[in-house]
Design a binder for this molecule. Structure first.
Ligand code: SF4
Length: 375
């Protein structure tokens, strides 16, 4: 069981908070698509004949691609990999791309899940963070997806946006939860160095929401999601029964994955590698058969740290038997010695050998993880 991630690094304009690698360079799309297929072929043995259970087009803005371009990439994958019959095949989309015509054009493609980057249903918020769509377009996008037959729809939301109050955030959640969607990913706004938002904060043009309010917003999110039957299966991810993201869950369960495209990361259980974060450098390297990625072999501590950091954030939790057998008794004892205090103060819950963060623990997750990782 393995996954394939395809990075489509194009955006028609940049949101102020975003630090993903993307470019505003539509002229490069056809050439990039050709080279994505080339990389898929070059790396056909990376997953060592594992069956593919998830394919995920992320970005950037995959919905910028035409039907023919999606087909070219999907055909490339299906030609060299064995893809499960019921594989989860997702694409991320910007609301303003999701018109009736768009869905009409992709209706024969094998997508069965869509992840829509909405972020907010408030036009003032959207303008402040330089999103290219409106609240109306976001609601229409969801409806168009449903009318086109999508019954596995995820939306992304951000809380803690500049000037947002708890009441504003509650309104966002109410709108989201009225849309009959199956999955929500909700992230607290962060100020990443180098982004436009970070520069605005440095100049005093925006003021971050204080931690106490961010925590209250998070608790409100968890409460409202629960009331509507959504399971918090990871700190930032909420799903109705049967609608967890298989692709993301696979990352969290330490399955291997292949990342295709500029800046995409790959993991094969023993090493990580990441492609160059430049469309032009990526294309040139593939043309000249020169390296287009960097690679690091993972040490025992790297793998232990990854497992602890990721699994504690999920409701399935960290499996102590797996941790002991995979990383050995020394690291298992180290984990037990350091987690005890957080169980005592209700930040971590332990049941049947599984450990996970409680809502209080989520508020101090960085502090907990620093204690548990091994350097
Ligand atoms: S559309 Fe997505 S990837 Fe592009 S700049 Fe905005 S948040 Fe980043």
């Amino acid at each position: 069981m393995a996954g394939i991630y395809i990075h489509i690094p194009f955006c028609s304009k940049r949101c102020t908070y975003c630090d993903f690698y993307t470019e505003v360079a539509p002229d490069l799309i056809p050439d990039l698509v050709k080279h994505l297929v080339k990389e898929i072929n070059i790396r056909k043995d990376y997953l060592k004949n594992e069956t593919i259970s998830t394919i995920y087009f992320g970005g950037g803005t995959p919905s910028i691609l035409s039907r023919e371009q999606f087909s070219e990439i999907l055909d490339g994958i299906f030609a060299v990999y064995t893809v499960e019959e019921n594989a989860e095949i997702t694409f991320e989309a910007n609301p303003d791309d999701l018109t009736v015509d768009f869905f009409d054009s992709i209706k024969y493609l094998p997508f069965n899940r869509i992840s829509i980057g909405i972020q907010s249903f408030d036009d003032n918020d959207l303008k402040r963070i330089n999103r290219r769509h409106t609240a109306d377009q976001a609601i229409k996008a969801v409806k168009n997806a449903q009318n086109a037959g999508f019954d596995n729809i995820s939306i992304d939301l951000i809380y803690g946006l500049p000037l947002q109050s708890i009441e504003d955030w509650e309104k966002q959640l109410d709108i989201a939860l009225s849309l009959n969607i199956q999955h929500v990913s909700a992230y607290g706004l962060t100020y990443e160095e180098g982004t436009a938002l970070w520069k605005q904060r440095e100049k005093g043009l925006v003021k971050p929401i204080i931690d106490e309010t961010m925590n209250e917003m998070y608790l409100l999110l968890v409460k409202k999601m629960k009331e509507k039957g959504f399971e918090a299966y990871e700190i930032s991810n909420f799903a109705l029964d049967g609608f967890r993201s298989k692709h993301n869950s696979s990352y969290w369960k330490q399955n291997s994955y292949l990342g295709i495209g500029p800046s995409a990361h790959s993991y094969d259980l023993v090493s990580r590698q990441w492609n160059v974060a430049s469309i032009k450098a990526y294309i040139a390297a593939l043309e000249n058969n020169t390296p287009y990625f960097e690679k690091e072999e993972l040490t025992l501590y790297d793998r232990y740290n990854d497992y602890v950091m990721v699994s504690l954030r999920t409701s399935d939790g960290l499996d102590f038997d797996f941790l002991s057998s995979e990383f050995g008794q020394n690291l298992a004892s180290y984990f037990l010695d350091n987690i005890r205090i957080y169980i005592e103060n209700n930040s971590v819950i332990q049941s049947d050998g599984k450990y996970s963060l409680t809502p209080q623990g989520i508020m101090i997750s960085n502090q907990i993880l620093i204690q548990l990782i091994k350097v």
